[in-house]
Ligand binder design. Sequence first.
Ligand SMILES: Cc1cc2nc3c(=O)[nH]c(=O)nc-3n(C[C@H](O)[C@H](O)[C@H](O)COP(=O)(O)OP(=O)(O)OC[C@H]3O[C@@H](n4cnc5c(N)ncnc54)[C@H](O)[C@@H]3O)c2cc1C
Length: 330
Amino acid sequence: MSVDRVREAPAVVIDGRRLPIVEGATVLETLEASGIDAASGCRAGTCMKCVLRTDSPLPVGSQKGLREPLVREGAFVSCQTRPTGDIVLRGAAAPVPLDAHVRGVETVSKDVARVFLEPASTFEYAPGQYLDVIHPTGAKRSYSIASLPASGLLELHVRAVPGGLVSSWLHGRQPGDHLSIQGPFGQCYYLPTDPAQPLLLVGAGTGLSPLLGIARDALEQGHTGPIDLVHGGLIPERLYLQEELRAFAREAPSLRVHHCVLKEATPHEHEGPLDQVALKLAGAQAPDAARKRAFLCGDDAIVRTLQRSFFLAGVPSREIFADPFTPAVS
Ligand SMILES: Cc1cc2nc3c(=O)[nH]c(=O)nc-3n(C[C@H](O)[C@H](O)[C@H](O)COP(=O)(O)OP(=O)(O)OC[C@H]3O[C@@H](n4cnc5c(N)ncnc54)[C@H](O)[C@@H]3O)c2cc1C
């Protein structure tokens, strides 16, 4: 009998269990086919929710889009990884859900509330990452984190989507209520690789939440380069926390906050499409565009437009980190 015929099919190995990989299947599909609760999101290699870790050799392309420290840790994007050999997983296929107490729900605009949660046990995250809130029906929705870990509370900005299951439910929570969270996920967060690098933080609506987290974290970690935070909305009423952001910028001279609306600008806002206003304000077309790092968050279509515009303006794609708030499919 030839060696090939007796060789076992490649498998995903988790907790000592071998899960054979059907030819062409991804690691994520293999886990799901075995009934394992694996974290997953866009399934297109964008949201980075399904990132897992291994010491096994990985096929080409399975670490595409991951930041350098994660690559070194053996992280890979499980929805994009079609192994040809065994992949032994390090750790679980999804973070364990945690209990959290609601500490406050503060209305900050017509349809946005800041929700403050206190995890019942240690929840390690980087500001700007996101977590899933688990609704009593089991439905999960992602919300980005604006707070710093040292604050002890998780700050989320939640827009009530008309007819939305989880966002409306979150708006109705009371202090003391319990809920389950899972995470953290995503790689939209600050890393102190170049403390003098100019940062561009651009987003619309509740895209402000991760951007605020990143700005707070960068300043906390001693970032010295200029930080331009551009918050956009369709009309002035769609902006929120304007005064708090201005006060934050007064305390931190390297931080410049800009407000931008598509129409009906008052003297406090710049008018025009967010990508054009952001590029102009942040000087991204200047000769040093290639030095900048951009974080783009919020509405799916807006983030994709910003990504394109920033790339065309000379910001290298490896320096563009994006979290599109893609609506959940179930
Ligand atoms: C990585 C990531 C981070 C996110 N961070 C945040 C955040 O910080 N703050 C925040 O408010 N949201 C955020 N979201 C969006 C959030 O996860 C939910 O999709 C949103 O709250 C709607 O959930 P829902 O259960 O209320 O609505 P659903 O019950 O899922 O949807 C109800 C209806 O509304 C539609 N719908 C859902 N979302 C939208 C939308 N944005 N625009 C128009 N129609 C919509 C649905 O297609 C459906 O028809 C994030 C999403 C992702 C993927």
